[in-house]
Ligand binder design. Structure first.
Ligand SMILES: NC(=O)c1ccc[n+]([C@@H]2O[C@H](COP(=O)([O-])OP(=O)(O)OC[C@H]3O[C@@H](n4cnc5c(N)ncnc54)[C@H](O)[C@@H]3O)[C@@H](O)[C@H]2O)c1
Length: 373
């Protein structure tokens, strides 16, 4: 496998991406970072002890990381295989399209784009480009959630009954001081699209698609446009039910996922930002099932976790030609679920999925005027 030459664009959470690449030196070579704020980019590189050069000088040294401020110049000048986009959400579509059309693979942070119509357009651009695009859902790659997936796939868990998900985080003035946050035209959505999207993705990744959604959302914690509290009731295609709650006003921050199956009850830790990690508890319905669980998990190897876990699997999939660990269709499913939630809240009705091109939600994530189209 040859190393993939990667650039990270946007050095907020992008700093965690940069760090993850440095832990995967056999699969990735970080050749550039790009941020409008080159001081911020420089500080990230300094903190991670990376050797750097100024990108616009063109004086790149072998092994050094080039610092760019201009995305178009990065695409034009840098020798890259992969562009990893960690900029604010309203930029994801145009920056992903530009990178694909320049012949690079793309990794892009959540939420991928503002509408189902744009997800489908991006999937078509990806196909025409012959390159691949992987949306970020790094919470899938944690030992606890991977164990549950293994127990489901091996048939031990049995039928799903009921799932509960709590995303109870805290965000205040300092968080919303960043100008793109809290606005429909730039953040695209609030707690459902920006924060709880990870936990909700884990549920559909484990249990399959959603059939019907009833949602109530409100904005009570911060003086922002986007929602910061939500209560959701769902029916999944397998007939099981789920209940999601999400707030940005919880003084104790927790995430909790709890799955009641026929043969076991699985529960995550309360770690707000790593609920996918160990320890999870698996309580069996009988001593025999307990022995099956122990047997199934005895030699379980989760591999790399979080961002490094997703990136390592991405490089392996490009090499083998297998499906990516997260595909555009996964980002589409997450966006479809969020669209249904927003439309349910606006209409006071349950929304049935799938949402096709003839549904108002296909082009309009938020039915209210002022939402992104
Ligand atoms: N997966 C996760 O767990 C996770 C966590 C946090 C944020 N995110 C997502 O990552 C994205 C960025 O969020 P953040 O919190 O890092 O935001 P941020 O505002 O802290 O950082 C974004 C950076 O992008 C830079 N930028 C903006 N426009 C640019 C452009 N045209 N070219 C180059 N750089 C540009 C800004 O200067 C800024 O430094 C969002 O989509 C957010 O939802 C994901």
């Amino acid at each position: 496998m040859s190393r993939l030459r990667v650039a990270v664009v946007g050095l907020g959470v992008g700093a965690a991406h940069v760090h993850a690449y440095t832990t995967l030196p056999e699969q990735f070579e970080l050749v550039a970072v790009c941020d409008l704020d080159t001081r911020r980019a420089g500080k990230v590189c300094e903190r991670l002890s990376l050797d750097t050069t100024g990108g616009s000088s063109g004086a790149n040294r072998a092994g050094a990381v080039d610092i760019h401020s201009d995305y178009a110049r990065l695409l034009a000048e840098a020798d890259l295989d992969v562009v990893d986009i960690c900029t604010p959400p309203h930029l994801h579509f145009s920056q992903s399209r530009a990178a694909l059309e320049s012949g690079r693979h793309v990794i892009c942070e959540k939420p991928l784009v503002p509408s189902l119509a744009q997800v489908d357009a991006l999937a078509a651009i990806e196909q025409q480009s012959g390159r691949r695009l992987m949306p970020i859902f790094q919470y899938r790659f944690g030992a606890g959630v991977l164990k549950l997936r293994h127990l489901i796939e091996s048939g031990i868990a049995g039928r799903a009954y009921l799932t509960t998900v709590e995303t109870s985080w805290l965000r205040g003035d300092d968080y919303y001081a960043v100008d793109w946050r809290g606005r429909f035209d730039t953040e695209l959505g609030g707690v459902l699209l920006t924060h709880a999207i990870h936990a909700h993705d884990m549920v559909t990744w484990l249990l399959g698609p959603v059939r019907s959604v009833f949602a109530r959302t409100t904005t009570r914690v911060n003086p922002i446009e986007t929602e910061d509290c939500a209560a959701i009731s769902l029916e999944l295609h397998d007939g099981s039910l789920a209940s999601f709650s999400a707030t940005l006003g919880s003084q104790t921050e927790i995430s909790r996922l709890r799955f009641c199956f026929e043969n076991l009850t699985a529960e995550s830790s309360l770690a707000p930002y790593t609920p996918c990690f160990d320890p999870w508890t698996f309580v069996a319905a009988s001593p025999e099932i307990d022995a099956e669980i122990e047997n199934a998990l005895r030699d379980f190897d989760p591999g790399q976790q979080l961002y490094a876990g997703q990136f390592a699997r991405f490089a392996a999939a490009l090499d083998s030609g297998d499906a990516l660990p997260v595909e555009i269709s996964d980002a589409r499913a997450a966006l479809e679920l969020a669209t249904a939630m927003y439309h349910s809240n606006a209409t006071g009705q349950a929304i049935e999925l799938p949402i096709g091109p003839d549904h108002a939600g296909y082009t309009q994530l938020h039915p209210a005027a002022g939402g992104p189209s």
